[in-house]
Design a protein around this ligand. Structure first.
Ligand SMILES: Nc1ncnc2c1ncn2[C@@H]1O[C@H](COP(=O)(O)OP(=O)(O)OP(=O)(O)O)[C@@H](O)[C@H]1O
Ligand SMILES: [Mg+2]
Length: 288
């Protein structure tokens, strides 16, 4: 084990300073004992089918601790489904979804609750509580889940409102704040439980470029601060590059992990080329 670690260190030192990319190669060389321990999310041969409609077929991939994994792809191809599978909100038709080493669909309710508490999710439509104020939207899950005093709850609410730069909106209702502020509130609510895994469904959808950039910076900063594992969805490639360590295209029932920005731009798959360049014609045109 010590020798394998030393070998890895020497290899990384002499041959590449991009440790992240090389760890994947180590995987294929079978030297990845220590690295395997870092896998937080794993899909093994996952199928999702609704009635006759196949959404995902035989999908396998891994996400490691502290990684930012960004899903892109045409509408209706299964991006939100992937997040719902990770959060245990949906069970695959076949295959396994493993989170922190546990098959999320084969554990007791008690174990599943414990696991879900380690995750925070920003839903595509924010899913805010309309009848609660901005501050109460963050306080509510804290009260339900964390056994902490009201004073500590308010301290956390104020801290996270400050982190997402909307402290002035604390006593307003969701329909009294702008779309960008609603997104930021959704992010604050997802983060208030200090999750190890954060799932963001389209955090910049419908926002102006400046607000979008602020939200990306915020997500990156909070990920860095908390060393969380992030799985995010976006359809804008620039946002994907700004967000991601790793990019994956969800299309035609598959998930193609294309790597970082450079690797994604060099990818030879026609579907990847069409999507990242926004070309009107190509293999993805057929499926729209
Ligand atoms: N509960 C469900 N029952 C039946 N079909 C569903 C269900 N949820 C999703 N689907 C179908 O699965 C496919 C993938 O849906 P999904 O929401 O993951 O798409 P998406 O890639 O997130 O799209 P968008 O970019 O538009 O948000 C769609 O065809 C959708 O209609
Ligand atoms: Mg979606």
């Amino acid at each position: 084990m010590g020798a394998a670690r030393a070998l890895i260190a020497v290899y990384v030192f002499f041959f590449d300073n991009n440790i992240e990319r090389k760890t994947r190669n180590f995987n294929s060389l079978g030297l990845a004992v220590a690295i395997e321990e870092n896998v937080v999310i794993e899909f093994k041969n996952v199928d999702v089918t609704f009635d006759e409609k196949v959404v995902l077929r035989n999908v396998s991939f891994q996400i490691r601790k502290g990684e930012k994994f960004v899903l892109v792809g045409p509408s209706g191809q299964g991006k939100s489904i992937v997040l719902k599978l990770i959060a245990g909100l949906l069970e695959p038709t076949a295959g396994e979804v493993i989170v922190n080493g546990l098959n999320i669909n084969r554990i007791s309710n008690e174990e599943k609750n414990q696991l879900v508490l380690k995750m925070g999710m920003l839903f595509q439509k924010n899913a805010l509580f309309d009848s609660l104020t901005v501050g109460e939207n963050i306080a509510f899950p804290l009260r339900e889940i964390k056994k902490i005093s009201e004073k500590e709850i308010q301290k956390k609410v104020n801290y996270f409102l400050h982190e997402v730069a909307i402290p002035h909106a604390k006593n307003l209702y969701p329909d009294e704040i702008s779309g960008g502020m609603q997104k930021r509130l959704g992010i604050a609510r997802a983060l208030a439980l200090e999750p190890e895994i954060v799932l963001y469904d389209d955090p910049t959808a419908g926002l102006d470029p400046i607000t979008s950039r602020r939200i990306i910076n915020l997500i990156n900063w909070l990920q860095f601060e908390q060393n969380s594992t992030v799985v995010a969805i976006t359809n804008e490639m620039n946002r994907a590059y700004q967000l991601g360590h790793t990019i994956a295209l969800v299309a035609e029932e598959e998930i193609l992990v294309t790597g970082d920005e450079d690797d994604t731009k060099k990818n030879k798959d026609e579907r990847v080329i069409q999507f990242i360049n926004g070309k009107l014609f190509g293999p993805l045109t057929e499926i729209q």
